[in-house]
Design a protein around this ligand. Structure first.
Ligand code: HEC
Ligand code: HEC
Length: 276
């Protein structure tokens, strides 16, 4: 069973967090997610660590880049003891950041990736002064402080290190639920604009909207020029019916069951306008 299917459903505020995660999963057809009910009042560190593991593979989009070699486009942080690596980074003469411990370094890597660029992994031509990693607390990924803490907890725990981040308070969990604009326990609200919908369904994790550069899928700058609205609609609701040339069938196949009709039409309308 892979990580994508390890979905946990928390009650109260945390239910929402995991509903969102579940909605972003490129789930393998026929394998239903395993649901785990955990009450926020009894949330354990093990639950929090599991949440971090799920966020790393799913909503956080970390595994789009952080994969074992030769597939990875970033250091294989799952395959190393990130706490030991962080201690080395802090002692590196090139380190100019403000962190004083491993948890601080990992958090800084997420919110301010350019602060320390791992040698050999900087943007092309920047001589390792600029990072290609997006700020994780900003759109489109936009993890909350609580979600980033969960990832840190997992990175610490997976190699047997002491977990130094604290469990979220029920208030913090509820705030996350409120900020996402949904009633606790219910499905997330429908997106009101095409941009919101493209972010909500993580399209931008795999597609560049403002260039023709391929990420996991083709760049969509000119998609309205090469496809009719009907073809665009089909490529979202039934992505494997016609595969884009040169690409594998890697697009989630269950958007049709997750999107509202208005979300789908907002996206199709916006993509159809992309003609350059
Ligand atoms: C678009 C690709 C991309 C995504 C998505 C991405 N990263 Fe990164 N990340 C990188 C690259 C490239 C580096 C190395 C350059 C640097 O140090 O900034 C890096 C560096 C790091 C480091 C420092 C590693 C070290 O050895 O010091 C950490 C920690 C990290 N990322 C965590 C994450 C987490 C957690 C996520 C998901 C929430 C994530 N990254 C998402 C590309 C990415
Ligand atoms: C996990 C990565 C992934 C996600 C998430 C994803 N796609 Fe894709 N997409 C792909 C891949 C790979 C292809 C090419 C293979 C194919 O045709 O299915 C593709 C193809 C497409 C195409 C056809 C483009 C062309 O030039 O042929 C469109 C349009 C598209 N995706 C739109 C979307 C939209 C809208 C979303 C969000 C609702 C989305 N994709 C989410 C990976 C992804």
């Amino acid at each position: 069973m892979n990580l994508f299917n390890k979905v946990m459903v928390f009650s109260v505020g945390l239910t929402l967090v995991f509903t969102l995660v579940a909605n972003l999963l490129p789930q393998v057809e026929g394998e239903a997610p395993v649901e785990k009910q955990v009450d926020i009042a009894s949330l354990t560190m093990d639950d929090f660590v599991a949440m971090g593991e799920s966020l790393f593979a799913n909503k956080g989009t970390c595994t789009l880049c952080h994969k074992p070699p030769p597939l990875g486009r970033a250091p294989d942080i799952e395959g190393v003891d990130m706490v030991a690596v962080s201690v080395k980074r802090l002692a590196d003469p090139r380190y100019q950041g403000g962190a004083t411990d491993a948890a601080g370094y990992i958090l800084e890597s997420m919110v301010d990736p350019g602060n320390f660029v791992v040698a050999g992994w900087g943007k092309k031509g920047s001589n390792d002064t600029e990072s290609p990693m997006p700020a994780i607390d900003k759109a489109p990924i936009q993890l909350s402080a609580m979600e980033m803490d969960a990832i840190i907890a997992w990175l610490q725990a997976k190699d047997g290190n002491e977990v130094t981040v604290s469990l979220p308070s029920p208030e913090a969990a509820a705030q996350v639920a409120d900020a996402s604009g949904a009633e606790s326990g219910s499905a997330p609200m429908a997106a009101a604009t095409a941009e919101e919908a493209l972010t909500k369904y993580a399209c931008t994790g795999c597609h560049s909207l403002d260039s023709n550069e391929a990420l996991v899928g083709p760049g969509l700058l000119n998609v309205g020029g090469r496809m009719t609205p009907e073809q665009i609609r089909q490529s979202i609701v039934d992505p494997n019916a016609v595969l884009s040339e040169g690409f594998a069938a890697a697009m989630p196949t269950d958007f049709a069951t997750k999107m509202t009709v208005s979300e789908l039409e907002l996206i199709v309308g916006r993509l159809a306008e992309k003609k350059q």
